[in-house]
Design a protein around this ligand. Structure first.
Ligand code: ATP
Ligand code: MG
Length: 486
């Protein structure tokens, strides 16, 4: 029997009925070919290594063959897009094969993104293109390497089947993996349909499965909201630390579990610009880098509103009031670590802000600056670091205060430098690196995908063989535009 038929896929979401799920078979793609396979993740999921070479894998993960006893589903969700309620959205191109048991004991959902039309496709074709699939595959694994909660990517199945976006491209299917793909929008869907009984069931499902400790609280729904707020605040602080810009922080792209989800027009900061807008279609900059914390709060308010049938207004407000202090505490912790400060002292945040201002003024490269900060020594703020700033006197004044701050806690030491290198990555998935992998793949060479994946698994470690991947964006990269088109 083919291995995929032996796996037990569970589909507990179907218990929530038609309000949440629809059974939808995937639509086969032409000539499916497995072009990326994540060996590490496969192992964590308990999938045998041989699957990478099993011809059945491309069929199953391309949506051309449904494994025995599996009934794939699409789920219904709604959402606020760019601040406006968009009504029903739903999985328009993602199908959940089901949950599998993993050796770690936690079940994992396997979802095929780009597997064809569903009842929620609206005007879309149900497909994903190879370009966007590679971007999602690489970034989910890069985020995982950075230690940031995220959905994962198991595989890419490519097809020569043409798909029209701004130009003719080709189709691909991404196998996405997460403990749950539930989004804020799943709750908004039940709320706006006034399906309060179903809302109740969905919330109970989420609590029992993902937030069991909330059961013991006075109001478990408020406790769940508080937990989601906490995780979201932590997540955004981590994004800000590595300079990650999501690009489409609509409430349907916000994970209930606090994972980064939906890698569309994302980007990492190159030269420091705190107002950076990575999504070419986001003209107003609603989701600019420095707006992300606010956008997350807006989305949490949408979630809280959707839960109002299950909690008192005061309870929702009290939970939401927890966001800002939690976010600020998380952000200060993240930046304290980036600066290599082991203790807390008044003035630390001001020191951070002054550095950010200098970086902003010079457009200093985000990743490089933080990484070089570890080289800071007592006699001479390492010249390569100083070179990243245009305002040298400004930098020197800051460096003096920073040195004094480090001296105060006796941390002008190699240990501090090592600790800083464990939080400030050397390698980051710059747009141009992803673009190189995409262009090669479009010519039939998929090797750059696995090379980047390999490199970004250990972004904090020196990997001399990959030194070239630390290069700043070349001139041609300025032409890359990323938008919602995927
Ligand atoms: N090509 C497409 N065909 C059908 N529906 C689509 C397509 N692209 C996007 N959608 C739908 O449009 C809505 C918003 O899209 P968005 O770009 O946020 O999500 P996505 O990239 O498709 O997927 P996800 O959020 O699952 O990563 C969702 O309902 C999504 O399913
Ligand atoms: Mg989405």
């Amino acid at each position: 029997m083919p291995y995929w038929d032996e796996i037990d896929f569970h589909q507990p979401l179907t218990e929530l009925g038609m309000a949440v799920t629809r059974k939808v078979p995937p639509t086969p793609v032409a000539e499916p070919r497995l072009v990326a396979w994540n060996t590490d993740l496969a192992e964590q999921l308990g999938l045998p290594a041989e699957l990478a070479d099993d011809p059945d894998t491309a069929l199953v993960l391309g949506g051309n063959r449904i494994p025995a006893r599996v009934e794939p589903i699409a789920t219904a969700y709604a959402g606020h897009q760019f601040g406006v309620f968009a009504g029903q959205l739903g999985d328009g191109r993602a199908l959940l094969l089901g949950e599998i048991d993993t050796p770690g004991g936690v079940r994992a959902e396997l979802q095929l993104k780009g597997a064809g039309e569903t009842p929620f496709s609206r005007m879309g074709d149900g497909r994903a293109v190879l370009r966007s699939t590679i971007r999602e595959y690489l970034c989910s694994e890069a985020m995982h390497g950075l230690g940031i909660p995220t959905t994962r990517a198991l595989a890419i199945v490519a097809s020569p089947q043409p798909v029209w976006r701004e130009t003719m491209e080709t189709a691909a299917v991404l196998t996405r993996v997460a403990e749950s793909h539930l989004r804020f929008g799943h709750f908004e869907q039940q709320f706006y349909r006034r399906q309060y009984a179903q809302l109740h069931e969905l919330a109970d499902y989420a609590i029992d499965r993902y937030f069991p400790t909330c059961r013991a609280a006075g109001n478990p729904y408020q406790a769940m909201l508080e937990t989601v707020i906490e995780r979201t605040a932590e997540l955004i602080a981590q994004w800000q630390g590595v300079g990650f810009c999501h690009g489409v922080m609509n409430s349907d792209n916000m994970s209930l579990l606090g994972l980064t989800i939906d890698y569309g027009p994302y980007g990492f900061l190159d030269g420091c610009n705190l107002g950076h807008i990575c999504n070419h279609s986001d003209e107003a900059g609603r989701y600019a880098y420095d707006q992300q914390p606010e956008a997350a709060l807006f989305n949490l308010q949408c979630l809280a509103q959707a839960l109002l049938p299950l909690l008192e207004r005061d309870e929702a407000v009290a939970a939401l009031q927890g966001y800002q202090p939690r976010y600020e505490a998380a952000l200060e912790r993240v930046f304290r670590a980036k600066l290599g400060l082991a203790s807390e002292r008044e003035g630390d945040w001001e020191l951070t802000l002054r550095l950010l201002e200098l970086m902003q003024g010079s457009g200093s490269d985000w990743t490089l600056t933080w990484r070089r900060l570890a080289e800071f020594d007592q006699e001479n703020p390492a010249a390569p670091l100083r070179d990243l700033f245009l305002d040298r006197p400004g930098f020197d004044a800051w460096a003096e205060d920073y040195r004094a701050r480090l001296a105060w806690e006796n941390s002008l030491t190699p240990e501090r430098a090592a600790a800083m290198r464990r939080v400030n990555p050397k390698y980051i998935l710059r747009n141009y690196l992803a673009e190189q992998a995409i262009r090669a793949a479009q010519q039939g060479d998929f090797s750059e995908i696995s090379r980047l994946q390999q490199l970004l698994k250990r972004p904090f470690d020196e990997q001399p063989e990959y030194e070239a991947y630390t290069a700043l964006p070349p001139d041609w990269a300025a032409q890359i535009e990323v938008s919602c088109s995927s």
